[in-house]
Design a protein around this ligand. Structure first.
Ligand code: C5P
Ligand code: MG
Length: 191
């Protein structure tokens, strides 16, 4: 199995690149943000809970997100691997993911981070907000909170995988194809 974590701040291009990478490598794209938005769209209990955090740019509690992620993986066992997008976002989520994969006699192949600076992110998200229909992309103070949460709680996940030599960083500013080329070059070097 090839299990990749596509990492980086909100608006760094994870979703865009994951859609391209799944086609090339035949992996299943799991975006926890998309899963939450699906639940919110259907106004489920999980969706309502998630919305109370997402609307403020905060993280949904680990147990909730981890449970949802496991359900998605368990519902799709017959794949050659996964691209995790937007997960893990905390050290607790990374530990839970590793333990979950160990149970399946599997592991994370690599974490690849898209490096994009904070001011570029604010501009991109405000721009995306014009068409994404996402309330959390439309308010600069929520965007800044999401970036702060990323810097405080999520960025340590890079070091967590770096300690076991599984973390890679690539330049996340440039054209979509240019960045895709950097990603595939890194991934091909690992397979
Ligand atoms: O990944 P994405 O940016 O689409 O996620 C949107 C929002 O969903 C995040 O800002 C956060 O509120 C919530 N989320 C979360 N935990 C995750 C993924 C997303 O709390 N692992
Ligand atoms: Mg996304």
């Amino acid at each position: 199995m090839t299990n990749l974590i596509l990492f980086g701040p909100p608006g760094s291009g994870k979703g865009t690149q994951a859609s391209k990478l799944v086609e090339k490598y035949g992996l299943l794209h799991i975006s926890t943000g998309d899963l939450f938005r699906y639940e919110m769209g259907n106004d489920t209990e999980l969706g309502q809970l998630a919305k109370s955090y997402i609307a403020k740019g905060e993280l949904v509690p680990d147990e909730v997100t981890i449970g949802m992620l496991k359900n998605k993986v368990n519902a799709n066992p017959d794949v050659s691997g996964y691209i995790f997008d937007g997960f893990p976002r905390t050290i607790a989520q990374a530990e839970a993911l590793d333990a979950f994969l160990v149970e399946k006699e599997d592991d994370i192949t690599a974490l690849i981070a898209l490096d994009v600076d904070d001011e570029e992110i604010v501009g991109r998200l405000l721009n995306r907000g014009k068409t994404s229909g996402r309330a959390d992309d439309n308010d600069e103070s929520i965007i800044r909170n999401r970036i702060e949460v990323y810097n405080n709680e999520t960025s340590p996940v890079f070091d967590f995988y770096n300690k076991v030599d599984k973390a890679f960083k690539i330049e996340g500013v440039g054209g979509i194809e240019e960045i895709y080329g950097r990603l595939t070059q890194t991934i091909d070097g690992l397979l």
